[in-house]
Unconditional design. Structure first.
Ligand code: NAD
Ligand code: WQD
Length: 339
């Protein structure tokens, strides 16, 4: 069993990954500055697992804090979730994104090098693929210039980690390219808790369902898709969390830097999400069609064969689980962790 440093471990994907790590017998140290999360998420991780998490409130840009963590703990591997992720905000304050996501990642790997820890799993995104690629997207397809600064930071960090592993064979790095994470822990104790107006579809839908928002705006109904609305590959957050355990396992016995898509391989439209949510949960979602959102592509879904073959990972949850679990979380926690 390993001791894993989880940066951003109080966040949506990080907290679910902590549960899976602890349940698998790993020890977990979380470093999070709580800029987009709440300590309550970690309390719930501990309740669900009956295990304790070592929590350090601090920033990945703070090398003193990082060195202390590596001195105080025998860390075997790092899973690096910490980062800012709001696409629209990244267009308004790019430097904040460059500093936090790019400089923050450099600061982290520098501290890892000082501590002789060379196993890393990085949260990347399907947004790094060139928009001209036709889905299903596979890892050999070219990356391209993302349409926003958030995506740009993911591409840059992927590239610098690749170059790092090329230059120094001690590194073993997994780049996990997430598609669209949704869903929540089955217990309803943990889930996605965005601050302010949600940017992403699923928390918007659940906030409409719970009465916090009036209606869903569907961005575009004239795409060349099954019903004119955008098609994405939604992946249950617990399946995504487990992909990190598979990647850790793979990297502990490997060398170099390699990318894996983490998606189900199924494309699903916005209208299908709305209709399936209504059917599974018995709640109507009022909606209107609105203009296309700038920067959106019509269709994006994964070819996940590489993760299945090389990591031994499979997605166990389908769309109905994702939508039932998202709702279970939201209805039990109408105001997220801020109750
Ligand atoms: P999140 O905002 O819930 O979690 C990120 C966590 O990092 C938060 O707890 C935040 O407080 C923390 N953090 C941010 N900057 C930090 C810093 N400088 N130092 C320490 N902690 C810091 O987001 P999430 O959805 O859980 O995403 C996790 C990672 O996965 C991010 O890197 C994100 O870019 C990436 N990702 C997310 C999605 C998605 O749709 N949710 C898709 C692809 C990739
Ligand atoms: C999904 C679909 C929208 C909201 C983003 C980032 C990406 C990654 C995941 C981090 C699209 C439509 C949405 C709404 C809608 N994040 N939609 N009404 O855009 O695929 O990906 O999150 O890495 O980088 O770009 O996800 O959930 O925002 O949108 O109609 O209120 O839902 O147009 O078709 P997206 P999303």
């Amino acid at each position: 069993m390993s001791k894993v440093l989880v940066t951003g471990g109080a966040g949506y994907i990080g907290s679910h990954t902590c549960v899976e790590l602890l349940n698998a017998g790993h020890d977990v140290v979380v470093l999070d500055n709580l800029s987009n999360s709440s300590k309550e998420a970690l309390n719930r991780v501990q309740t669900l697992t009956a295990k304790s998490v070592d929590f350090v409130e601090g920033d990945i840009l703070d090398e003193v804090v990082l060195d202390q963590i590596f001195q105080n703990h025998q860390i075997d591997a790092v899973i690096h979730f910490a980062g800012l992720k709001a696409v629209g905000e990244s267009q308004k304050i790019p430097l904040k994104y460059f500093e936090n996501n790019i400089s923050g990642s450099i600061s982290l790997v520098q501290a890892m090098e000082r501590a002789n820890v060379f196993n890393l799993v990085f949260s990347s995104s399907a947004t790094v693929y060139d928009e001209a690629n036709i889905s299903p997207l596979n890892e050999d397809m070219p990356t391209g210039m993302p349409s926003n600064n958030y995506g740009y930071t993911k591409l840059i960090v992927e590239q610098l980690l690749e170059k790092l592993a090329q230059a120094d064979e001690r590194w073993s790095i997994a780049l996990l390219r997430y598609f669209n994470p949704v869903g929540a822990h089955k217990s309803g104790l943990m889930g996605e808790d965005p601050q302010g107006i949600p940017n992403n579809l699923m928390p918007y839908v659940t906030q409409v369902a719970v009465g916090r928002r009036e209606k869903l705006s569907i961005f575009g109904n004239d795409y060349d898709t099954v019903d004119g609305t955008g098609v994405r590959d939604y992946i249950h957050v617990v399946d995504l969390a487990n992909a990190h355990l598979c990647a850790l396992n793979n990297r502990l016995n490997a060398q170099g830097c390699r990318a894996w898509n983490i998606g189900t391989g199924n494309g699903c439209s916005v209208l299908e999400i709305k209709n399936t949510f209504e059917r599974v949960n018995g709640i109507e979602i009022p909606f209107e069609f609105a203009p296309r959102r700038e920067g959106d592509v019509a269709t994006s879904f994964a070819n996940n064969a590489r993760a299945v073959q090389e990591l031994g990972w499979t997605a166990k949850f389908g769309l109905e689980d994702m939508l039932a679990d998202s709702w279970n979380w939201q209805k039990q926690n109408p105001n997220g962790y801020r109750d």
